[in-house]
Design a protein around this ligand. Sequence first.
Ligand SMILES: [Zn+2]
Length: 291
Amino acid sequence: MPELPEVETIARGLASRVTGDVIESVWLGSKPEPLKSAASDIIATLESKRIAGIRRVGKHIVFDLENGGRASTPVSRTSRQKSPKAEMSVPPSTTAQWIVHLGMTGRMLVCQPDQEIEKHTHAVARLASGRELRFVDPRRFGRLSVAHGFQAQGSEPLEVKLDTFIELFRGRKTPIKSALLNQKLLRGVGNIYADESLFRAGIRPRRRAASLTRKVLTRLYAAIQEVLKEAIALGGSSVSDYVDADGEEGFFQLQHRVYGREGEPCLVCKTPIKRIVIGARSSHYCPKCQK
Ligand SMILES: [Zn+2]
């Protein structure tokens, strides 16, 4: 399941490929699950719009659309090195957003029109450049929607200031693990990166959020940023696998230190990693390194 770093990687990859292109027409499949907005609304919102930018918000990919008309030259692949900040910022003329959630198995591919349509393709946006954006999702947990003035709840883990981050957990009696997964607090931190961040910060997942001192939360803040940035850096080298139709499938993975390693020795102290269930999600931790 793609988490924040994967979605960030995919959003950047899509931005470098199709920003500036114009959506000429849209085809939607007959399966209802992937459509979170009405099919007619999606088509009306997307058609004849220029893709002004593509950014990640939490675990969503957001296409900023503006009334386009003519296509400008799509950003070339060689300009990918420019600052992601510039690519991700919202242009003032933006009128609508196309929001894509990849769910478990969703992919958004940039294809040439003669490339074979994969099974489980639920949407195709034909672009003025001649290419197509195709949404493929075998398990259909992914969602497509449109909005006018999209607002996400929660703070961005990579942008939130330390003081705001610390404030998020004040008075919260839930385990810190659950608080990290609460999308109303932080958006986009999923199970894997929550476990890995807690390990690096030396915090047991069951600790009550409110019981953590400022010093400990500062450590957690740094650990979350470190883990997410490492994973994004890894993804940069394999972005083609997710957005180019001819790429190999499969997500890159950060070397997990605790996640999925139940019973295996801790990489720091060799104590077997424990797995417990908190709020129906499994949590992995080292009973010696995490207090
Ligand atoms: Zn350990």
